[in-house]
Design a protein. Structure first.
Length: 173
């Protein structure tokens, strides 16, 4: 009879093999990359969750009812939602025992970004789009051509280590 300590992995139940029925891996939510029907469907999904979030965490004063009209707020709520799904509906991963508390901390860190002074009265006020300053495009193009950040030759910050690593994978003959 073999000793179970010879193969400690055998003590743990085997994970089921992935099947084609499991479906594709969840995609990231990139609003502009979605087709309009998918965008509408996902916005409905997000709206349901935001209604729950506002009630559960008493955020009705922090998240305006017109949140969906403000792209930056939509992006923040999307990040919170997808993080919530991964935290509460995702797989249990070892070392993530405080994942729920981490998510709640993230929610509180994001809350100031969800508030819109212009819409605090309950009526939607679109924020005016500031016009670009005169010459902004020309200044940007000049920066691209003259800045060291965009014109300096490529150089790895740890050049010596990168060179050593490259030589190890491709030793000289």
């Amino acid at each position: 009879m073999s000793d179970p300590l010879d193969d400690p992995a055998a003590l743990w139940p085997a994970l089921p093999a992935p099947t084609a029925e499991a479906g594709p891996e969840p995609r990231r939510w990139v609003w502009e990359a979605m087709d309009p029907p998918e965008r509408r469907q996902r916005l409905r999904e997000l709206a349901q969750w935001v209604d729950w979030l506002r009630r559960t965490f008493e955020l009705h004063n922090q998240i305006p009812s017109c949140w969906y009209r403000h792209p930056p707020v939509v992006e923040h709520l999307t990040a919170l939602y997808t993080g919530w799904v991964r935290t509460y509906a995702g797989e249990e991963a070892p070392g993530r025992e405080l994942a729920e508390a981490d998510w709640i901390n993230t929610l509180h860190a994001f809350t100031p970004r969800l508030q819109l002074a212009a819409c605090a009265t309950g009526a939607h006020e679109p924020l005016p789009v500031p016009p670009p300053p005169p010459g902004a495009q020309e200044d940007f193009e000049t920066y691209l051509v003259t800045s060291g950040a965009t014109t300096a030759p490529a150089r790895h910050p740890a050049e010596a280590e990168a060179t050593r690593a490259a030589l190890e994978t491709d030793p000289p003959l």
